[in-house]
Ligand binder design. Structure first.
Ligand code: NAP
Ligand code: NAG
Length: 307
């Protein structure tokens, strides 16, 4: 090993630690300054144009209602068109001046191209792209009998947002717009029975971390980390699974979650954890991964006992 690396190995860790210790009051002041700055420049979305994927149920549906209350114009995307139409009617009642419904599968490039192009040709602009569509699968890795089945999760949760973003960026640059990525705390640390899901969200998080730098300062990117939000999941096995795993984790209504998320987006936050205590899981999984692993193993054992 070169002398430089050897020296860095020994000097950098204690130096970085000391630096953080000494500069923590300054960091705090900086965060406070950013907070005040954000409060003063919160965006008013009335009349702005927002595309929301996965708006037919759950968090996406409630994000649509929240944007509608703030009088944004909306394009709602999902595969179940009948449900989208119901959501669209409610959005109009709540105050949205114009709503388009487009049936689309985000895992298909042509669909993503179409819903972005339709939005711009109809409304003449695009201000926010909300990548919310996603699916979850609870399965031990060894339970995949055909490993090709795992692709569909990545295609929807990761490639879907990538495709939509690809077609939206030129329009968002013009409007100095925003991109929203609905990720998950599962993307921070491993979660038993969710190896592929957690990987799709980790991929999404890192994709947008890079994009935030590449698109700075034209486009603002907000990554969202919802806790356990009540949703439209109807698979009874999945509900039982979530109950067993999250018996102690309080659930939040999708309405409450959506309000906090849109507030965060409009004030230009880089990340929104909702409820905000979820954010603590991030530093725990970074600073003490052993603790997270222990807690996850405990909950997995408890679940097996309950079966
Ligand atoms: N609920 C939670 O506790 C929680 C926690 C962390 C993260 N999240 C994330 O939050 C997001 C929303 O989840 P949710 O809980 O609200 O679930 P949900 O009620 O099942 O909603 C998922 C939405 O995505 C749409 N969708 C799924 N696959 C699609 C595809 N290929 N193309 C287009 N639309 C698709 C669904 O509509 P169609 O079936 O009609 O296409 C539906 O509107 C997901 O990304 C999820 O990973 C949720
Ligand atoms: C596995 O699934 C893929 C599609 O997801 C299919 O093309 C392939 O034939 C399947 N393989 C086997 C061995 O069943």
């Amino acid at each position: 090993m070169g002398l430089t690396n050897k020296t860095l190995n020994n000097v950098l860790p204690p130096f970085a630690f000391l630096f953080l210790l000494v500069s923590s009051p300054l960091l705090f002041l900086f965060k406070l300054f950013r907070y005040v700055q954000r409060c003063r420049t919160a965006e008013n979305v009335a009349g702005k144009v927002v595309v929301i994927t996965g708006a037919s149920s759950g968090i996406g549906e409630h994000l649509a209602y929240e944007y509608a209350r703030r009088e944004a114009r909306l394009t709602l995307v999902a595969r179940r068109e009948d449900r989208l139409k119901m959501v669209a009617n409610r959005c109009r009642e709540l105050g949205s001046p114009a709503v388009i419904v487009t049936r689309g599968d985000v895992s298909l490039v042509k669909d993503c191209k179409r819903f972005i192009e339709d939005t711009v040709s109809q409304f003449g602009r695009l201000d926010h792209l909300v990548n919310n569509a996603g699916t979850v699968e609870a399965k031990m890795f060894e339970e995949y009998s055909n490993i090709s089945d795992a692709h569909s999760l990545m295609n929807t949760n990761f490639w879907g947002p990538v495709y939509a973003t690809h077609f939206a960026v030129p329009h968002l640059k013009k409007s100095k717009g925003k991109i929203v990525a609905v990720a998950s705390p599962a993307g921070w640390s491993g979660v038993p029975k969710m190896s592929i899901y957690a990987a799709t969200k980790a991929a999404m998080i890192n994709f947008y971390e890079t994009l935030r730098m590449e698109l700075h300062p034209d486009i603002t990117i907000t990554t969202v980390f919802p806790g356990l939000v009540e949703n439209g999941v109807t698979d009874p096995e999945l509900i039982a699974e979530a109950r067993g795993r999250h018996g102690l984790v309080p659930k939040q209504s999708a309405t409450e979650c959506a309000r906090a998320v849109v507030d965060g987006i409009c004030s230009g936050k880089t990340s929104v954890a909702e409820p905000s205590w979820i954010g603590v899981l991030f530093w725990l999984s970074t600073m003490c991964p052993e603790l997270m692993e222990w807690a996850q193993l405990r909950s997995m054992k408890a679940m097996d006992k309950n079966k």
